[in-house]
Write a protein that binds this ligand. Structure first.
Ligand code: IPE
Ligand code: IPE
Ligand code: MG
Length: 255
């Protein structure tokens, strides 16, 4: 059975859809440069495209979509650009929350939210509160996010508990560390997509990506539409996720 995504994009029902998907929304600046536009125009087009991605992922049946919107390292950009990105962030939720609501999309934030300016922190808190009962998909916005900072935060939380005697050193295991990540109930990403031609994680979900499948494309983020998403999912459908073991086929042969 074929169902339809946004703008009548037909969804191929043979495709295996990741439950948890990560997307590094990169390439806005290059997109703008190609069009002789200011970088801010690229960021605006990128934000528009996030709305599209949400709709397409919701229709495909993705349950958790984590998007990298602003890294802990992005503060090193010129102040003007950082200000524009913050402004766009606020605008996005003002403008699109009703559409996200129609799509049944719950919004959550991952990152060092406590260190953000008050206005931005309020947008995060409000957005989470307003959308808490939406069930179709969770959109997790990684904002002021850094994988290393997330790990530092986890180590601090655990150390404080060891110091107070609530935990002992022997209680520390992989599960405990996972439980101390920003959003421990969100499953590790099955697939991470990075458009824009770069082939690196840039500090995205370092702990959670241990066994994520990676997919990269030269397409710049504002142009990354339904077709590219479908290409990524088609490729993901063919991957053999072995987690260090043997493939299903070899296991069966060995029997
Ligand atoms: C991604 O696009 C947006 C953020 C990192 C906030 P870039 O701004 O990094 O775009 P390029 O990589 O310069 O093209
Ligand atoms: C990664 O993109 C961060 C986001 C998309 C938010 P960057 O543009 O910051 O990554 P680098 O600098 O190319 O590694
Ligand atoms: Mg970039």
């Amino acid at each position: 059975m074929a169902i339809f995504g946004s703008k009548n994009n037909e969804i191929d029902s043979e495709i295996k859809v990741p439950v948890s998907l990560g997307v590094i929304m990169d390439g806005n600046g290059r997109w703008a440069k190609k069009r002789m536009l200011p970088r801010s125009a690229g960021h605006r087009a990128g934000a528009e495209n996030l709305k599209e991605l949400c709709r397409n992922c919701g229709n495909y049946g993705v349950k958790y979509l984590t998007v990298y919107a602003f890294s802990t390292e992005n503060w090193s950009r010129p102040k003007d650009e950082v200000d524009q990105l913050m402004k766009l962030f606020v605008e996005f939720f003002d403008r699109y929350d009703s559409e996200l609501e129609q799509e049944g999309i719950r919004v959550r934030f991952s990152g060092d939210i406590a260190s953000l300016p008050d206005e931005i922190r309020k947008v995060c808190e409000e957005g989470e509160r307003r959308s808490v009962n939406r069930k179709k998909m969770q959109l997790i916005v990684a904002f002021n996010y850094g994988g290393r900072r997330e790990l530092v935060n986890a180590v601090k939380n655990i150390s404080a508990k060891v110091k107070s005697g609530e935990l002992s050193v022997d209680d520390i295991d992989e599960n405990l560390i996972s439980q101390n990540m920003y959003l421990p109930d969100v499953p590790d990403p099955d697939l991470i997509i990075r458009p824009s031609g770069e082939k690196r994680l840039s500090n995205f979900l370092l702990w959670e990506s241990a066994y994520s499948e990676l997919w990269t494309s030269d397409c710049l983020w504002p142009d990354f539409g339904f077709e590219e998403l479908t290409n990524a999912f088609r490729d993901y459908s063919k991957r053999d996720r072995r987690y260090g073991g043997l493939s299903k086929e070899s296991n069966e042969k060995g029997k």
